[in-house]
Design a protein around this ligand. Structure first.
Ligand code: FAD
Length: 400
């Protein structure tokens, strides 16, 4: 418990703790605790539990099904969620396209899309990046040409996370090339993945997982009323979304949970595991990380306070993204170091929950630390690479 919480906030904290104790499904928790990859059904079932409680659309306005929570309540919730090791909400619907639709969409679009997003009935993915257009996103080439009441889309999106599971994709596309700046003439369009001409091809990442994809559009016909806001203004909407994305990527509460697990691991080291309890160099690294994490927590709280009074997170979202992901990757390294050679043999098929026991190779969960390490190389790339975030800070904070 936080000593500065008011009695009401303390009650809320207890309510949230009770919720995670009673309502967080045991089988999903077991998978999470043993680093077994979750299936789409697991995510949806969990998000529906949150929805039934009224706690899925945390940041949305109350009129669209949001919680109306204060910054402190959101902070408490994020912390308890991390402590319970519950799955993070998949961001594409609730965290990304939902806010764009309720902010810039028309009434018909709000009614058509928001209830299904809130209830996790529809799975979304994000179609921004293209081959050759990642950091320089405004150079994107996927075209949407008007034809009567429809747009015709042609082009390729890449790195589309969980696109293989998605029902809908929100895209930034070029609707005009006759522009003074390349940021103009880009539009924000929603596409049903079942539309003829949409195809998804897997990209297998370094740790052997299928998390990202290429999405191809070949003469895909999309109704004009799937355009959000004004044609040609998609860059503005897409940028707001990215700032929210970067703030959430920081993952402070989740890193605190992992840091505590690392400390427990060292305290409980036994004969079969290399003892780090007396390794002053290793303990120093943990202490340094903990100080960095505490500092980041306060920066995040300041940002959340601004967001809760209606401000979009500005360049501070870039600060949060850089430090948050550096800390996550430092944790990955420390877990690998703590596990020593036990971290090496990661064999995905070992993680079958059909048997009663989870058969890890090596020493307990140590053998997934390499999976986590390789998978999380992405954190300093996605949501806009950390180098690009440094450019944003140089321009908008330092004025260079
Ligand atoms: C696992 C994963 C999931 C992703 N999920 C999605 C998704 O769901 N949807 C989506 O749209 N995108 C997604 N992305 C794409 C992600 O946003 C891009 O990878 C990212 O923006 C970098 O673009 P790029 O890969 O084209 O690299 P590039 O832009 O080619 O950059 C290559 C390198 O050059 C550096 N660099 C480039 N320009 C500059 C500059 N001006 N100054 C300094 N350094 C520079 C970069 O930092 C990087 O290190 C995902 C990426 C990954 C890795």
């Amino acid at each position: 418990m936080h000593t500065n919480f008011t009695p009401e906030e303390q009650n809320f904290e207890q309510e949230v703790q009770a919720f995670f104790k009673d309502k967080y499904p045991n089988d999903i928790k077991r998978k999470q605790d043993h680093a077994v990859p979750l299936m789409k059904e697991d995510f949806i079932r969990w998000q529906k539990v949150l929805f039934a409680q009224g706690w899925a659309a945390i940041n949305w306005p109350v009129e669209y099904g949001g919680t109306g929570w204060s910054t402190v309540q959101k902070y408490i919730f994020a912390n308890e969620m991390a402590k319970a090791n519950a799955p993070a909400i998949v961001p594409f619907g609730l965290g990304m396209v939902g806010p764009v639709i309720y902010t810039y969409g028309n009434e018909e679009q709000k009614q058509r899309f928001l209830p299904d997003i809130a209830a996790s009935n529809v799975w979304w993915c994000q179609g921004y990046s293209e081959p050759g257009s990642g950091s320089d996103l405004a150079s994107l080439k996927t075209r949407a040409d008007r034809d009567g009441n429809e747009y015709i889309l042609n082009g390729t999106k890449t790195w589309t996370t969980l696109g293989q599971m998605a029902d809908w994709i929100f895209c930034l596309v070029r609707t005009s090339s006759d522009v003074a700046r390349k940021q103009e003439g880009i539009s924000f369009i929603l596409v049903d993945m079942k539309t003829p001409g949409v195809s998804v091809r897997p990209i297998i990442t370094i740790e052997g997982d299928h998390e990202v994809n290429e999405v191809h559009f070949e003469d895909v016909r999309v109704p004009l009323n799937n355009l959000i806001g004004e044609e040609g203004k998609g860059w503005t909407y897409g940028k707001v979304l990215l700032q929210h994305e970067r703030t959430s990527i920081a993952g402070v509460a989740r890193s605190e949970y992992r840091l505590n697990r690392l400390k427990d691991k060292i305290k409980n080291a036994n004969m079969t595991q290399p003892s780090l309890q007396n390794d002053s160099n290793f303990l120093r690294k943990i202490a340094a990380l903990e100080i960095e994490l505490k500092a980041l927590e306060y920066t995040e709280l300041r940002t959340l306070a601004a967001v809760s009074v209606g401000k979009a997170p500005g360049p501070e979202s870039s600060l949060l993204k850089i430090r948050g992901t550096e800390i996550q990757q430092c944790l990955d390294e420390l877990f690998m170091e703590a596990a020593g050679y036990f971290s090496l043999p990661y064999v995905p098929n070992q993680y079958s929950l059909e048997s009663k026991e989870i058969n890890h190779v090596g020493f307990g969960s140590d053998s997934v630390s390499s999976l986590q390490y390789f998978n999380n190389r992405k954190a300093s790339i996605y949501g806009g690479s950390n180098e690009i975030q440094k450019n944003i800070i140089a321009k908008h904070v330092l004025g260079l």
